[in-house]
Ligand binder design. Structure first.
Ligand code: FAD
Ligand code: NAP
Length: 337
């Protein structure tokens, strides 16, 4: 097992921030992971994991051992005439797995097409888009407890999935490495097309034919037109979560802002953070190499050589201005390193 020193993490994060890790190792197998965890460096240094690096902002040198996950593999666990349970190893690309399922006619995650990152990170924030979350198809994940080096399977009801949230972001933060994830797909899928322009695109461009392939293609088309490609402009997708406020708070805001978009949420009313940020004048803001994307106010961008501190500072300024104007506290979705 090779451990590199002072490795730049620039190629490993979609913001393209040039900060380094004190120590850096790549794992291709579970055996590699155990070997790394037993290495003398891992006995004294903090350990962090990186997959696609699409949900982190590096703001300083990352102290300790950063482990880049490249554990691959896809296997069928069980199937019948109606459903199939598939195990994906943590280092598989999420989007490739979506396409794997879609190509075989297995439905359930087509709305989650084109989300960057790895399978192993997907349960951590219960990834979601276009009305679907990983929790909707999640069966279990196999994990390794980092301090005891024992394996534990977490079942759906143990993960405490919420809006961009799970037990792995809260009580069990940084305690487990997710080795693999099992998802259950339907062989007779009922597509979910109510969200955004999916239905319109299927009607106009796919002759009203609602198939999981067409839903996946429609989502890819919408996302490609609205979101910056991290390969071209550094970003980590939505920087903030959409706030959910009490109904009474929404009602009093709606008097002043009758056109404010809003959606029912399990514990209140969800207000799109992008709208709040846009109202505060941030959409398209640019200061040298960093700014707010011109088509999507939720996405902070690194045009070239911005530092993580600059982007973090921008996020703080946005939080402050939204709070001052709407008295709503935005919460960062991206993990700050
Ligand atoms: P990383 O950024 O590498 O890691 C994120 C966190 O998870 C870190 O704390 C890391 O230590 C930890 N981690 C990673 N792998 C493991 C593991 N195997 N075990 C334990 N901990 C681990 N998210 C959505 O929910 N919906 C979207 O629609 C969406 N769209 C996006 C669009 C763009 C253009 C971008 C850039 C991002 C988007 N995201 C979206 C955010 C991001 O893609 C997801 O959160 C994704 O799941 C992150 O995966 P990753 O492998 O890149 O995680
Ligand atoms: P959008 O369609 O312009 O909608 C703006 C916001 O309104 C979304 O954030 C969404 O909340 C909410 N919304 C819209 N229609 C809704 C409905 N029918 N029911 C409930 N809520 C609704 O959003 P977008 O920016 O283009 O993104 C589309 C989808 O991709 C969203 O689900 C978004 O979360 C996801 N996405 C996530 C990231 C990320 O990094 N996390 C990045 C890009 C896109 P929700 O976010 O709760 O769905």
């Amino acid at each position: 097992m090779t451990i590199l020193e002072n490795q730049s993490l620039k190629p490993y994060n979609t913001f393209h921030i040039d900060e380094s890790a004190t120590f850096f190792g790549t794992i291709h197998t579970e055996k590699d992971l155990l070997e790394l965890l037993n290495h003398p460096i891992a006995q004294t240094e903090p350990i962090s994991f990186i997959g696609g690096g699409s949900n982190i902002l590096l703001t300083q040198k990352k102290e300790g051992l950063v482990v880049y996950n490249s554990i691959k593999g896809i296997s069928i666990v069980e199937e019948n005439d109606d459903d199939i349970i598939v195990q994906f190893m943590a280092g598989e690309s999420w989007h490739d797995c979506v396409i794997w399922a879609v190509d075989r006619g297995y439905g359930g995650i087509e709305n989650l097409s084109l989300i960057p990152g790895t399978i192993g990170a997907a349960p951590i924030q219960n990834i979601g888009a276009y009305g679907v979350e990983i929790k909707d198809v999640f069966v279990s994940c196999e994990t390794l407890h980092l301090s005891t080096k024992t394996k534990k399977t977490f079942w759906l009801d143990e993960c405490q999935f919420g809006y961009r949230d799970s037990i792995f972001k809260r009580n069990l933060k940084d305690q487990y490495f997710i080795l693999s994830v099992r998802l259950k797909f339907s062989k007779h899928p009922k597509c979910s097309i109510e969200y955004g322009d999916i239905q319109k695109i299927i009607e106009q461009e796919y002759n009203h034919e609602v198939t999981i392939k067409n839903v996946s293609n429609a989502v890819i088309q919408i996302r490609s037109s609205k979101l910056p490609d991290p390969a071209v402009i550094g970003n980590a997708g939505s920087f903030f979560k959409n706030p959910v406020v009490e109904i009474s708070i929404y009602e009093s805001l709606a008097i002043t802002y009758p056109s404010m978009p809003h959606f029912d949420a399990p514990n209140g009313i969800k207000i799109p953070a992008a709208w709040l940020i846009e109202q505060c004048g941030w959409k398209g803001y640019r200061n040298g190499d960093f700014g707010v994307h011109e088509r999507q106010a939720l996405v902070l961008v690194n045009y070239a050589g911005a530092s993580g501190q600059e982007l973090l500072g921008l996020s703080t300024d946005i939080i402050t201005s939204v709070q001052q104007r709407f008295n709503i506290l935005l919460e960062r979705e991206v993990n700050i390193w």
